[in-house]
Design a protein around this ligand. Structure first.
Ligand SMILES: [Zn+2]
Length: 66
């Protein structure tokens, strides 16, 4: 099965017998690490190595507490 790299749009061949959701693969074209979000349908997301900023705000924000 193939999926398009979200970074460079190159097709990446993924053997869905070998990978599971949550595993990490790497785009051979641009070297971006991609996390397999799901295998059916095949979906990947780029792993940002830096700037994990505003993905979600599950962390308690206790500014403005006064
Ligand atoms: Zn790529």
């Amino acid at each position: 099965m193939a999926v398009l790299c979200p970074e460079c749009d190159s097709p990446i061949i993924v053997d869905t017998d070998e990978v599971d959701a949550g595993e990490t693969i790497q785009c051979e074209e641009c070297g971006t690490e991609l996390e397999v979000v799901s295998v059916d349908p095949l979906e990947v997301t780029a792993i940002e190595e830096e700037g994990y900023d505003d993905e979600d705000h599950a962390v308690t924000l206790d500014e403005e507490d006064e």
